[in-house]
Design a protein around this ligand. Structure first.
Ligand code: NAP
Length: 260
């Protein structure tokens, strides 16, 4: 991998909140110390893991606010490394980058692929997942995050084990136990969790990555069906990198373009 050596001081804004965003900030701090890197977090998690470099927290105020921030802080490259399901900020990033004439890259880890023995039920939304659940089981391990619990709130019969980083708020299903935890999770722990709580259905978003994948292996081994929410597509026309090294290569390419 080539080092990124900008001809002049530059400023990259990483829209973060993911493992990949933190990795990218760390890689840039190490390989391009002259580059100014700011990571932006939404502020949803009370005590987030902080990336290397500068960090700002909180919304920008829509695409116009983000475009203004890009201009006022002389950002010359924007990397949207938000979670694959954070659709609003990704579409805001595409609009703001076009308005402010700042090159934009999306950094998206690849989605998960089913293996032999998996019993996956892909769905398009949390609402579709909720509609399917009564036909699949009654002890449900819900790992889709605390923000979308309202979609399951009307399900009064099944019991839910909800795992999230911060405590969920109402509305949520009435029969619910909360497990506050932050990945990565081990296969042994996931096996034990499914067994101890007699889970018979797993619900997850197709987040991809390794940190939370062991639950899928544990479900496969136990023969448990998995309702998996498909990702929204990235905004059209935005180039996509699948790991931090590809993002560094994109930045290197931008520097080259400007020198020629
Ligand atoms: P979202 O629905 O796409 O975004 C809602 C609003 O939150 C945006 O319009 C923006 O506010 C603000 N925002 C989101 N990400 C931001 C960032 N990195 N920096 C500054 N403002 C941000 O997002 P979400 O699904 O609520 O996710 C919020 C954050 O949590 C994201 O950064 C994402 O990477 C992380 N995350 C999400 C999930 C998930 O499943 N959705 C899972 C893990 C982590 P303004 O319009 O005011 O700018």
């Amino acid at each position: 991998m080539d080092a990124y050596e900008p001809a002049a001081p530059r400023h990259v804004l990483i829209l973060g909140g993911t493992t990949e965003a933190r990795r990218l900030a760390a890689v840039l701090a190490e390989r391009a110390p002259a580059l100014r890197v700011t990571s932006s977090l939404a502020g949803r998690v009370a005590a987030p893991r902080l990336p290397a470099g500068e960090v700002r927290v909180g919304g920008f105020g829509g695409p116009e606010g983000l475009a203004r921030w890009l201009r006022e802080h002389a950002v010359d490259a924007l990397i949207d490394a938000t979670h694959p399901f954070a659709g609003t900020i990704s579409s805001n990033a595409a609009r703001a980058a076009a308005t402010a004439h700042v090159p934009l890259l999306a950094l998206r880890r690849p989605g998960w692929v089913p293996g032999e023995g998996d019993r996956w039920h892909p769905v398009g939304s949390l609402e579709e997942a909720a509609a399917l659940l009564p036909s699949l089981g009654e002890r449900i391990f819900l790992t889709t995050g605390r923000m979308g619990l309202a979609a399951f709130a009307h399900l009064t019969e099944p019991w839910f084990l909800v795992r999230s980083v911060d405590p969920p708020e109402a509305p949520h299903p009435p029969r619910m136990e909360t497990l506050l935890a932050r990945g990565p999770f081990t296969l042994d722990d996931e096996r034990e969790l499914l067994r101890r709580h007699r889970v018979d259905v797993l619900v997850t978003k197709d987040s991809g990555g390794t940190a939370t994948a062991p639950k899928l292996t544990a479900a496969r081994e136990a023969g448990i069906p998995v309702v998996i929410v498909r990702r929204p597509p990235p905004p059209p026309g935005v180039p996509v990198a699948t790991d931090p090294d590809e993002a560094v290569a994109w930045l290197t390419g931008l520097a080259g373009e400007e020198r020629t």
